[in-house]
Write a protein that binds this ligand. Structure first.
Ligand code: S3P
Length: 438
């Protein structure tokens, strides 16, 4: 009989200490992809040993790339060059990882072998038409289910052609997919985004010596170039740090130092939004590591107030909304989010699942098609279901800091996709959390 991982988090607590959360998930995925296609040996430091990044790593092993590690965040990749991947013996199973599937669909569209990409139940429900349609315009041969979902069945084509693509949604996964396909295309592939999204692919391509043109909302690559191996330092993931930024803000008396966090401006929405709500967050020792801006973040508790979340911050905080909704539940007054329909197609429908959980804990919430309205109030004890969504599980664990009694969170195993050992880590910093199989 299968058991389910649950978190039981007692109410209250103060967060303190000096922490380094695990490596950035987005950057870890890209480090494997580009390291595998590079000429020479790439060393990665600070790699995220979470299931999502490991799914990418295993996919490249299955395509014949020799990869050592990860051992304490160290990975060594023997690059095979742009044309060195081999057909995998079976379909590539990417588990829960949308980034693996969307970026790999682009990277593999121009290879000389057939390949099928699969995922778990959640990933198999997520929209893939957003990558498949433009890839087909480039000449790729890809089939999805009738609903436009995985499995993606890909067949080799003679040659992809570069396109100029105006993205209908602000999505770094779509942009990155097309840039990676563009490495194999004839001519230039140029992508225009409706709003800035994370630019790790553009930065890392340049770190590997591949020219990327960037101007305003456009970026592009010329097909047929080469990647040169390098050493990469993966910063701590701001999306994982976000739980502690909110936790220390809402738990009175808290003070935390979060070390070596990636503070790329295309990822800093959570800091900007929390500051607008009144949070006390300082960026210390701002520096650059492996082509990415990094800083230590100092956060101290502060009273938060409800705000209207500015639209330009949405893509910059797209993964942090579950825990931002917890901040809103603890704030004075109303927080209003609109224009965020993308949240409905993440690892779960994050608008509905968060609204259900907050309501179960006694918070007044109202959902709209593209957002949510949250009235700050007193969190009660209760039970919530994360629906297998890692960030929802961690967000509700943080909510217990301000609840009146224990919170039980169901279906938490997928926390390992992005933050292995979250419970032990959070406990060390002051959260009264236990993980148990039920
Ligand atoms: C990611 C982009 C975002 C984000 C995801 C990681 C990436 O997805 O939600 O967790 O690494 O490019 P979208 O591009 O679909 O918004």
């Amino acid at each position: 009989m299968s058991t389910e991982l649950q978190f039981i988090v007692n109410a209250g607590g103060v967060l303190s200490g000096d922490l380094r959360v695990p490596g950035d998930k987005s950057i870890s995925h890209r480090s494997i992809m580009l390291g595998a296609l590079a000429e020479g040996v790439t060393h990665i430091h600070g790699f995220l040993e979470g299931e999502d990044a490991l799914a990418t790593l295993q996919a490249f092993r299955a395509m014949g790339v020799e990869i050592n590690g990860p051992t304490a965040g160290e990975v060594t990749i023997q690059g095979v060059g742009m044309r060195g991947l081999r057909a995998p013996g079976q379909a590539l199973d990417l588990g829960n990882s949308g980034t693996s599937m969307r970026l790999l669909s682009g990277l593999l569209a121009g290879q000389g072998f057939p390949v099928t990409l699969l995922g778990d139940a959640s990933l198999s429900k997520r929209p893939m038409g957003r990558v498949v349609r433009p890839l087909q315009q480039m000449g790729a041969d890809i089939e999805t289910t009738g609903a436009g979902t995985a499995p993606l069945v890909m067949k080799p084509v003679r040659q992809l052609s570069g396109i100029q693509y105006v993205m209908p949604v602000a999505s770094a996964q779509v942009k990155s997919c097309l840039l990676l396909a563009g490495l194999y295309a004839e001519g230039e592939t140029r992508v225009t985004e409706p709003a800035p999204t994370r630019d790790h692919t553009e930065r890392m391509l340049q770190t590997f010596g591949y020219p990327v043109t960037r101007s305003g909302e456009q970026c592009g690559v010329q097909g047929g170039g080469r990647l040169i191996a390098c050493d990469l330092d993966v910063p701590a993931d701001i999306s994982s740090a976000a739980f502690f930024l909110v936790g220390a803000s809402i738990a009175e008396g808290s003070a935390l130092l979060l070390r070596h966090v990636g503070v790329n401006p295309t990822r800093c929405g959570v800091i900007n939004i929390l500051r607008l709500m009144g949070a006390d967050i300082d960026l210390l020792h701002a520096r650059e590591a492996g082509g990415e801006p990094v800083a230590d973040l100092r956060v101290r508790s502060a009273p938060l107030r409800g705000i209207h979340i500015p639209h330009d911050q949405i893509p910059l905080a797209i993964d942090e909304f579950p825990v931002l909704f917890v901040a809103a539940a603890c704030a004075e007054g109303e927080t209003v989010l609109t224009g965020a329909e993308e949240l409905r197609v993440k690892e779960s429908d994050r608008i509905q699942v968060m609204a259900d959980g907050l309501a179960a804990l006694g918070i007044e919430v109202r959902t709209t098609q593209d957002g949510i309205v949250i009235q700050g109030g007193q969190l009660q004890a209760g039970e919530v279901d994360s629906h297998g969504d890692h960030r929802i599980a961690m967000a509700f664990a943080i909510a217990a800091l301000r609840a009146q009694g224990p919170i039980r969170i169901r279906d938490c195993a997928n926390v390992n996709t992005s933050f292995p050992d979250f419970a032990a880590f959070a406990k060390r910093s002051g959260l009264a959390i236990e993980a148990a199989h039920a």
